[in-house]
Design a protein around this ligand. Structure first.
Ligand code: GUN
Ligand code: ZN
Length: 406
């Protein structure tokens, strides 16, 4: 049992954040057992961890990030396809070397935890070995993660291309090996339609739906990409329809970007309860376009935030909140909502809001201890974190009740 005396800043909904001052959280193994005011707490003979001059928030969640691109942050091209061919695919080929893959994975997870991300949905590469290494390193460091082997069986450089059956079978093997092991999940990861055959996408879609597994991919990020999808899949009515036909849409599917949808595509997303990872920094960096935030929330789509490193330049989810705010020129996403997006909102995107996302009795204790003046209002605290301090405020990280070294 652990007892922490602290102040809790806690997201409750899109519009509401609560601030519980001078409370004691009781953590029983991995679970938040109780939260009471420190005056009500009977503290005799109990050792209390004193964080009364700090603020505790739930661990941050990143719903879209590429482990394999950690080393190419900031390599600039102003178009997605050009960037993939010039920097990304050659770097991903390097992870075919297991030593390099392990080195990158260790560095990536260490940095992820340092910025206060306690859960992430991660793309590795098309290498089964590199993906297995990523799982091993995630397990060692005790982070909560959904991890997937990238599937690509067409329009792909020789060092990354896979045979269709092999791509599918290796994904299933990894899923059987790692899904639900400790804090880990497997996520089927057909990279995006241009590099996947309809056959491969359907195999993955059918398997994942039948077995209630996660899926992640990219959708409608860039105009050249959309034109390529139209050319490659002339039978489909739209980019989203390519995925719909392959049975890839559903509540456990996380689509990244989703910038340029028409209304019919939006209906397909809504009717299937498919989730969205909005990656604002990446959209700025690759000049992909402006995410239609207001339109999507008005249509009741479930969305959250992703760093998309290395389309994005930083793992810091506070920075991603800032970018999400800056991206909307005619609409203000308020600080409570930005905070919600990277915590409880992202937990909903990952269908994990029953166990993480905020600090509630019965949920798992994924917590950050922040070095910030607690004598401020909710708006002042959130503004300082989002627009000024970012990751630098993160002092301690707990995942599933366990303090992890940062
Ligand atoms: N679309 C397909 N692959 C990628 C990728 O690695 N990054 C981004 N931003 N978009 C993609
Ligand atoms: Zn991406």
């Amino acid at each position: 049992m652990k007892y922490i005396k602290c102040n809790i800043l806690n997201p409750v909904s899109e519009k509401k954040c609560e601030y519980l001052k001078d409370v004691i959280i009781t953590i029983d193994n991995n679970i938040i057992k109780d939260i009471v005011s420190s005056q009500e707490f009977n503290s005799t003979k109990i050792e209390i961890i004193d964080k009364s001059d700090k603020v505790i928030i739930p661990g941050l969640i990143d719903t879209h990030v590429h482990l394999s691109q950690w080393r190419i942050r900031g390599r600039y091209k102003s178009d997605l396809l050009d960037w993939l061919n010039t920097y990304t695919f050659p770097e991903e080929e390097k992870l075919n070397n297991p030593d390099y893959a392990q080195n990158v994975a260790q560095d990536f997870f260490k940095n992820l935890i340092q910025v206060g991300t306690t859960t992430a949905s991660i793309y590795v590469t098309s290498s089964q070995k590199a993906t297995n290494i990523a799982f091993e390193e995630a397990d060692k460091i005790s982070i909560r993660a959904l991890i997937g082997k990238v599937c690509m069986d067409q329009n792909t450089p020789p060092g990354l291309i896979e045979n269709t059956d092999k791509s599918f079978n290796e994904s299933v093997e990894l899923c059987q090996q790692w899904d639900k092991k400790g804090l880990l999940n497997y996520v089927f990861t057909p990279r995006f339609a241009p590099v996947c055959s309809s056959n491969l996408m359907s195999k993955i879609g059918n398997y994942a739906q039948e077995n209630d597994k996660y899926i992640q991919t990219h959708l409608s990020e860039n105009h050249n990409e959309i034109a390529l999808v139209k050319k490659l899949f002339p039978e489909a009515k739209s980019y989203t329809d390519v995925y719909y036909r392959a049975n890839l849409l559903g509540p456990k599917t996380i689509m990244a970007h989703v910038i340029h949808l028409d209304d019919k595509e939006l209906e397909l997303m809504k009717n299937s309860n498919t989730k969205i990872a909005h990656c604002p920094d990446s959209n700025f960096f690759l000049k992909s376009g402006r995410f239609p935030y207001k339109k999507l929330i008005d249509n009741n789509l479930t969305l959250g935030l992703g760093s998309d490193v290395a389309g994005g330049t930083s793992l810091d989810m506070f920075y991603q909140m800032r970018m999400a705010n800056y991206m909307q020129l005619d609409y203000s996403i308020e600080v409570e909502e930005l905070f919600y997006l990277a915590t409880l909102g992202n937990a909903k995107v990952l269908s994990k809001d029953d166990i993480i996302g905020n600090i509630e009795i019965g949920k798992e204790a994924d917590l950050l201890v922040l070095n910030i003046n607690p004598q401020q209002t909710i708006q002042e605290l959130l503004s300082e974190l989002i627009f000024v301090r970012g990751k630098d405020a993160v002092e301690e990280v707990y995942i599933s009740g366990k303090k992890v070294t940062i």
